[in-house]
Design a protein around this ligand. Sequence first.
Ligand SMILES: Cc1ncc(COP(=O)(O)O)c(C=O)c1O
Length: 414
Amino acid sequence: MAYGNAKALDEAYIMHTFGRYPVEFVSGKGAILTDSEGKRYIDFLGGIGVLSLGHRHPAVQRALEAQVGKLWQSSNYFYDENRGELAKLLSGLLATTTNELGHVTGTTGSVWKSFFSNSGAESNEGAFKVARRWGEKHLGGASGIITARKSFHGRTLATLAATGQDVFHKSFGPFPPGFASVPLNDIDAMAEAVEHPSDVTGPVCGVMLECVQGEGGVWPADLDYLRDLRALCDAHGIALMVDEVQTGFFRCGSPFSFQLAGIEPDIVSMAKGIADGFPMGAVAGRGEFGDMLVPGDHGSTFGGNALASAAGRATLETLISEEIGEHVIAAGKHLARRLEALPHVVEVRGRGLLRGAQFDVPIANELVEQGLEAGLVLNHIGDSILRFLPPLVISYEQIDTMADRLSVLIDKLA
Ligand SMILES: Cc1ncc(COP(=O)(O)O)c(C=O)c1O
């Protein structure tokens, strides 16, 4: 058992917040992971959706190696050669327009300003602060935030409060007040929560949602719902915050998933795919929302450090130059077709290369375990949904190999 020592140390010295599978990965390249015994796996988890360009993409590796030899951290008190370039690239990507399939059509011309963090939860915390400052400045101190049921926004106390799943509210309270959730795709419920706010939220300064709920089971927001939501927020002058932590950076084909609906949010939170696996996050505000926070309002020791900024810049430049969105749109369709044809799959949801396969039998857990035996890294949500978040560079052939192996496993289990 090559991972024996790692397992013993893990059990003795690491908090057991994750159940681990009996594998130790030691290297990765593209969409392939190799374990400590030399066995190869096709990766359909992608480090939980972070590997936009795949494991160790040469452009990102080169940028990191060059930066490692120069400077790792100076702090946010000083300028950095890549941080501003990265923020400019982000602004351009956020202002991109696409059609409903995700093909790029132009730009809105908007300017977005970013704050760099280290994770998705931190990015959402920043988003709440921007929205609450907006409420303080323009809405008489309104601070309530409405989210969607089945959403997931992170593990800090405020992002747990924002997460619309009761299971996350069982322990660790009291939570920061001012958050409530309503069903996704129900504009009347959202209008009610905004127009007649409960005692729980008080007057509302903004709404936050994922355009495809990832952790909650891969549930997409309807594009018409997103347009109605934009109109609702405009009518009340409140902030529309989109959590693009899982859906951003071409995961759904378009640079960001809100672009499929042809809308522009006010605040966007990001992380995961921004730096191809290097830890980084960002929250961005459009126009006046980008100027809500001033010195002293917010900060981070590591956010936007030299290594992260170098990795992020190389990642975005490569995603753009390789036109990864076009590959994601086509490969995502192929993945959906192959999943739909599998036995016991009753529904395939999602967009691009964020897909969920719903089974009519509770075998998702065993499929993940047996998938490892079969050289597949899979992911389940509950006992009847498999979620697919492969590196965006996944090939048709790798998708076909996965689907063939998965079909054999399903026949064995169901
Ligand atoms: C939509 C969404 N928001 C926020 C988060 C939290 O991100 P992190 O784990 O980087 O804090 C996640 C993580 O899965 C997510 O999917």
